[in-house]
Design a protein around this ligand. Sequence first.
Ligand code: SF4
Length: 311
Amino acid sequence: MSRIFGPVASRRLGRSLGIDVVPYKICSFDCIYCECGKTTDLTCSRSEFFPIGEIIGEFSERIASISEKPDVITFSGAGEPTLYSRLGELISEVKRISSLPVAVLTNTSLFGREDVRDELMNADIILPSLDSATEESFLRINRPHPGCSLESIISGLEIFLSRFTGRVNIEILLIEGINSGEDDLKALKAVLDRVRYDSIQLNTAVRPGTLDEVRPMARNQLEKIMDFFGSRCEIVAETPARALHEEAVSEHQILKIVERRPSSAMDLHLALGYPIQELVKHLAVMTAKGQVSVSRKEGLTFYTATDRSSS
Ligand code: SF4
């Protein structure tokens, strides 16, 4: 299965070709809002999950086959990219092959490590997430591996941003009743006031997370919080209709499966081979269009065709 996906139309980055370097579902966090599903291997140990030569080969082939080049190459996926132990070398190779800007979406869990900070220096755009600056909310929302301490994340982020010269868009994902209280927001602002960034991007859970009680924040609440963070803060919460893939993740293929039996994004990933992240986006669009309905069982989200004649 290729580690390269897209290009996808990303509101935050433009037309983006993705590289997913971590197997499903290895992550250093088990966020309650994770749209990719529950983390099954919670770890903060770095590893070369796939041979670097293979990823570079797949990337070279893919980029050469795209007629209209993407705006950016993005390391992201269904896990934390900095867990890939040769990420620094991979970033350098991708830049050498394509000359395109490289972005990294990261949960910042490993920013306490000097090697990780050094490897990210070669990227052009960093999108670090920081959902909470208080221990209690951090543990509730991100459910980290015990090896990831909030203190080391914040101090590592400060060190990194004092040296990094590229673009920095900090994402904060807010969940009503978990990390959206006044104390939480003040603690976050105190950290953000100490670091350099280009923008703060406010998000909320718009697709099913791993817990049923995860609910999106109301737009007017997000707007008040945006004012609180100041002029470089924007709301990036997507509506499902925004989540589009310009290359065919086939809705027809998805419908063929979900009309036979309720299926999770993981079931569809295994059956069709599309990246989970892309499937989740398409399933959100299909849910909004009424093509599939959503049900929950044992913490997992299942999709079923609403109209058996639709496929
Ligand atoms: S949202 Fe990101 S950091 Fe959180 S569990 Fe999912 S993949 Fe990991």
